[in-house]
Write a new protein. Structure first.
Lengths: 290, 367
């Protein structure tokens, strides 16, 4: 009798242990660092050393200093633009993929995703050489007569960041859109045809609305990845392409003001969380899971 | 019914996928206003027939004519037919009324008119209260009725139903059968109903087209198919049947004997000229239904043989006996169905009995 009770107790204890471990990992590796950042954002720096006394100074500085809010806003606009460009380019590609049959479909999908396997830095260097004053893009535009001479329109500025981020992040947009398109049952499209809809009507009224969850998650993916990126602006942005990520990076680097950097990251994190929530809200469409 | 003109005619229609032929030279006429059921086991090509008519797939050869006009090349969205799909294929992001009104709104019918006809259609399928629900919030039977309302709102010439009841449980299926039939009577539209369930086919159809292996085996009323099957496949597939192999004897007016392991059996050949024409000695089957077989009494002269009752099964309203007959009471298995009685069956398992069926209740099927 008592033996049975002890084994039951032991079982319960081991299952409890598993539960604790399962929750412990995300808590220790994700939530605790975030909490530390939050706490740091209320400290200050004096003569290169951190003063551990609570203050709202960092946040006051963020909202009052004429530098930070405009950069913050411009960065958000930039990343929304990147998301829009990625969606506009990725949707037709993903749609084309779903029209292919069997093996071709996945072979081509893999091909589109291959850039993800390459080093980020190498890709940025490659794009930089395409965008440069003597790069492929300028030479091509001059050669076909659109430009008289190489333009600086996309050399080391905001435009360069926009183009580079869009190119880098397109695979992240293709995948969720492709998956949501692929999940639409073919019989729904046949039913629409059967009820007299034209190809365009079927696309606009059935395919497009049913693929919006994928579009929403693609957009939030791209936006979050773009806004957190400081390396790309650093490498292709030059002096005029100044983004929030670069300011953040400098606070932890050259400026050596960790508490202020932490306050800026909190602001960034709030935007990211909002983007994810919005993506999640639209990613769940009514009744799609029949 | 017989005077109704043909609505749709399939002429030597065949369909192949690559080198695999799934339909071989089908000829089929669908009459205006009838409830035609295409019945066959899986792989018989019955769904392909429906998909070809609906325009979901192109045909390989032959043509399909609507009122005499060739529509084989007409695109799916121009055909005046609507389909009720097997899995209903309701649009998950639209409400019930959105789904039902879809066919009208893609034709740019005015909103007021759409609202009126949607309400009318939902009334017809008794779903008026559910207009604002989403398909995910409905039960299987309700989704089924939405799919039906969506198909009939455009007033198609023909409604194609692809095993629409397959996913429902038995009780609901029975209700839906009656419901479909009553709707069909009410709107007087031609229904083409595909199923593998012969009970469903008997209960609903004006005419049944039995298919097997890409061929039409027989087309006729349920009564004709049941009592005058024209081949072994139909005789076996359609309802329970006793088939006894033998050789045909000489024609005797409206009857013809067949020499079998149970002796000489005399069967009716009324209205079946091909049986009259068949040569003597040809291989054939004597076919008689379990309910036609009965214990022989003194007055029974023809079609008399003995057998041993191997098994008795009580099946509610009737009791089914499995009988071994023929040489050594082992050569032939037969079934006998009698109405059940409260006092128990007169039959005893293991008993040897004399059996008989009336010549007019037996028929012949060429092998």
């Amino acid at each position: 009798m008592s033996a049975v009770v002890t084994t039951q107790l032991a079982e319960r204890r081991s299952s409890l242990l598993v539960t604790v471990l399962a929750f412990a990992a995300p808590v220790i590796f994700v939530l605790v660092p975030l909490a530390i950042f939050l706490v740091y954002s209320f400290f200050s720096v004096d003569q290169g050393t951190i003063v551990y006394a609570p203050t709202l100074g960092n946040y006051v500085r963020f909202f009052t200093d004429p530098i930070f809010l405009p950069v913050f806003w411009n960065t958000i606009v930039l990343c929304v633009s990147v998301a829009v460009i990625c969606i506009l380019l990725a949707y037709p590609a993903a749609y084309f993929l779903t029209t292919l049959r069997g093996r071709w479909r996945y072979a081509l999908l893999m091909l589109l995703l291959v850039p993800l396997l390459m080093s980020y830095v190498i890709k940025i260097y490659a794009i930089r050489s395409i965008l440069g004053l003597n790069g492929f893009l300028n030479k091509a535009l001059v050669a076909i007569g659109i430009l008289q001479q190489p333009s600086t329109l996309f050399v080391f500025n905001m435009n360069a960041i926009l183009l580079t981020l869009s190119l880098l992040l397109i695979p992240f947009a293709i995948l969720p859109i492709f998956l949501s398109l692929e999940r639409i049952p073919q019989t729904l499209l046949r039913a629409s045809d059967d009820l007299g809809a034209s190809g365009l009507q079927t696309f606009l009224r059935i395919t497009l609305p049913l693929s919006l969850p994928g579009v929403a998650s693609a957009a939030s993916f791209v936006f979050v990845l773009a806004i957190g990126d400081f390396l790309t602006p650093q490498m292709v942005g030059g002096t005029s392409g100044f983004t929030f990520g670069r300011i953040l990076y400098s606070q932890f680097g050259t400026a050596y003001n960790w508490p202020f950097g932490a306050a800026l990251s909190v602001a960034l994190a709030i935007v990211v969380i909002c983007a994810i929530l919005i993506g999640e809200r639209f990613g769940r469409s009514r009744g799609t899971s029949v | 019914m017989n005077q109704n003109p043909d609505l749709l005619t399939l002429r030597s229609v065949s369909k192949s996928y690559g080198t695999v032929a799934v339909l071989h030279d089908i000829d089929l006429s669908i009459r205006d206003g009838e409830f035609l059921t295409v019945l066959g086991p899986s792989g018989s090509g019955k769904t392909t027939v429906l998909r070809l008519i609906g325009g979901l797939e192109p045909l390989t050869t032959g043509d399909i004519r609507l009122d005499g006009q060739d529509i084989s090349r007409m695109p799916i969205n121009k055909r005046p037919f609507n389909t009720v799909f097997q899995d209903y294929a309701l649009f998950p992001h639209m409400t019930v009324s959105g789904n039902v009104g879809y066919g009208l709104s893609v034709r740019h019918v005015q909103r007021k008119e759409i609202a009126r006809r949607v309400a009318e259609a939902l009334e017809l399928v008794q779903l008026g209260r559910f207009a604002d629900r989403f398909p995910a919030q409905l039960s299987g039977g309700q989704r089924q009725r939405v799919a039906l309302a969506r198909a009939l709102i455009c007033r198609p010439r023909l409604i194609l139903l692809d095993e629409p009841l397959a996913a429902l449980d038995l009780e609901l299926r029975r209700q839906m059968q009656e419901f479909l039939k009553s709707i069909q009577r009410e709107i007087k539209t031609t229904f083409l109903f595909v199923t593998h369930d012969q009970e469903e086919a008997i209960g609903m159809a004006d005419r049944i087209c039995v298919m097997q292996a890409g061929h039409i085996r027989q087309l006729g009323t349920p009564h004709e198919l049941y009592y005058k099957p024209n081949c072994e496949f139909v005789a076996r597939f359609f309802g329970e049947n006793n088939l006894v192999a033998g050789k045909l004897g000489p024609v005797q007016g409206e009857q013809r004997p067949i020499e079998t392991a149970l002796g000489r059996l005399i069967c009716s050949i009324t209205d079946q000229p091909h049986l009259k024409a068949a040569p003597e000695g040809a291989s054939a089957f004597a076919a008689f239904r379990p309910e036609a077989l009965h214990l022989a009494d003194a007055t029974d002269g023809d079609n008399r043989f003995s057998g041993i009752i191997a098994d008795l099964a009580f099946a509610g309203s009737s009791t089914v006996a499995t009988i071994k007959a023929g040489a050594d009471n082992a050569a032939q298995r037969l079934r006998l169905r009698t109405p059940s009685r409260i006092g128990g069956s007169a039959l005893r398992s293991g008993e040897t009995v004399a059996l008989s069926f009336a010549p007019h209740e037996g028929h012949l099927v060429l092998a």
